[in-house]
Design a protein around this ligand. Structure first.
Ligand SMILES: Cc1ncc(COP(=O)(O)O)c(C=O)c1O
Length: 468
């Protein structure tokens, strides 16, 4: 990537560098609440306007500000409470137990699980449990996990942190996990198999029953990443759409992650990791009786946890209710089907990837540059997700996207974007700049260097911003 491209990406991280003063140290005197609230509200409202427009894929799942406000009120009652201190806050046990119970009921589980801080934490925690379980029961010392290339990257991160070898299986022509290829990667150190319902890139549901049967036949566990689909697909199924079985009704599925902070419409910071049985969950727990600080017992990665997240997540599930979830799922599916069919039947230059439900990924049917398509969509205010291997875009449909007429507006913008890409064929696309570099050792090295610079920049004060 050219230096000016990187400079632009980094520059875009600091829109407030010029409009607000930067705190490089704690102010000598407290700043007035009203002034602070005004400053924060200005940023929040400006940023919300983007998501509330309904032109953003995924990310914001609810979009109902009355719901957010109510959850904020609930959060406020417990924001200061440490859910670790159950003697002081026994309500945390009620909230956590009932969040797990409701999620388990939805996914036909056995009521065994934990609440984590998000999808990544649920996935990484599951890896940890499988590693500990395999060590204890089979003496596995060089653990590996087999998953399709489309399984979420947080699993690669967790494997990297925990010295687990991640073995990636290719996809079939239908963009689903190739179960035969997965089988070929299993050996006596394999601790678990993974499949997604649906996966982040294409929203597709892997052949969970086949993967689970394979896992079962080899005496290992299977995790289903339902972080994205877990709180939506059950309602979609109840509405009568065809959804293959993927939850605990499938024998051999031993754990599932389902994010309440996505289609559960809870505030950001919560997910549920369910286990089929307590034996596997036990291996997630950490007990250390010999610490001078006292007997230490901890279920997962977090130490102190906000009681506000547990209370507001519980409130989100209960306040939405079955009828609320079904109505939301009906709106989401109506929009997703319109987008899917509109592309399939009306835009021959594009091809829908696989047979999706709520997340529609599409790639060029010919030699169109999909990143040029994305450039034109961005120029019209649409924020899709750019994919690679193969180059494609996806639209993860959420409630803010379900406004009447929005699917038609999107399809119209997409048709215009295809015309733009055809007319600008051969020109370098802005939005594909980073992705275009990957896939070769040299390219990957460059991408990593760029990514490190961007991550560094995300943790710094806006350069040159005036001091507060
Ligand atoms: C399928 C899937 N798994 C896991 C995650 C990670 O979730 P989180 O961002 O909450 O860590 C995501 C996020 O979009 C996802 O789509």
């Amino acid at each position: 990537m050219a230096d000016d491209g990187l400079a632009q990406i980094i520059g875009d991280l600091y829109p407030y560098g010029k409009t607000t003063k930067a705190y490089r140290r704690v102010p000598a005197e407290p700043v007035d609440h009203a002034a602070l609230l005004a400053e924060i509200a200005a940023m929040a409202h400006a940023e919300d306007a983007i998501g509330d427009s309904g032109t953003v894929s995924g990310s914001l799942y609810c979009g109902d500000h009355e719901h957010y406000h109510f959850l904020g009120e609930v959060f406020d009652l417990y924001s200061h409470a440490n859910a670790l201190q159950r003697d002081m806050y026994p309500s945390a046990t009620k909230f956590e137990g009932e969040i797990i119970a409701m999620t388990s009921d939805l996914l036909h589980g056995t009521g065994v699980g934990v609440v984590t801080g998000g999808g990544s934490e649920s996935l990484i925690t599951a890896l940890y449990s499988y590693r500990e379980y395999a060590r204890a029961t089979r003496g596995v010392t060089a653990p590996n996990v087999v998953m399709p290339v489309t399984a979420h990257d947080a699993l690669d991160k967790g494997a990297h942190w925990m010295n687990i070898e991640m073995r990636h299986a290719p996809l079939t022509g239908a963009y689903l996990a190739d179960v035969a290829a997965m089988e070929a990667l299993i050996d006596d150190q394999t601790i678990a198999l993974v499949g997604s319902a649906g996966n982040y890139a294409h929203g597709l549901i892997d052949p969970i029953a086949e993967i689970a049967a394979l896992a079962h036949s080899r005496g290992i566990g299977m995790h289903v990443d339902g972080c994205l689909g877990g709180w939506l697909l059950p309602w979609v199924e109840r509405l009568g759409y065809e959804v293959p079985l993927w939850d605990f009704r499938v024998p051999g599925v031993t754990s599932i992650s389902a994010d309440t902070h996505k289609y559960g419409y809870a505030l950001k910071g919560s997910s549920v990791l369910l286990y089929r049985d307590k034996e596997l969950r036990k291996h997630q727990y950490f007990a250390f009786p010999d610490w001078p600080g006292g007997l230490y017992l901890s279920p997962g990665l977090a130490g102190s946890r906000s009681g506000g997240i547990l209370a507001s997540t519980w409130a989100s599930l209960v306040a939405t209710g079955e009828s609320g979830y079904l109505a939301a799922a009906a709106d989401i599916m109506r929009t997703a089907v319109a987008v899917r069919d509109g592309i399939r039947d009306g835009i021959p230059e594009l091809e829908v990837i696989g047979d999706p439900t709520f997340l529609i990924a599409f790639k060029p049917a010919g030699d169109l540059d999909i990143y040029l398509v994305n450039d034109a969509l961005i120029a019209q205010g649409w924020r899709m997700i750019a994919l690679q291997f193969p180059p494609a875009l996806h639209f993860c449909v959420t409630r803010p996207n379900t406004a009447p007429g929005l699917a038609d507006s999107f399809l119209e913008a997409l048709r215009g974007a295809v015309v733009y890409a055809t007319q600008h064929k051969g020109q370098p696309a802005r939005s594909g700049a980073v992705y275009g570099f990957g896939g070769t050792p040299q390219g990957n090295m460059m991408v990593k260097t760029v990514m490190v610079s961007v991550l560094d920049a995300m943790h710094e004060v806006a350069p040159g911003s005036p001091a507060a």
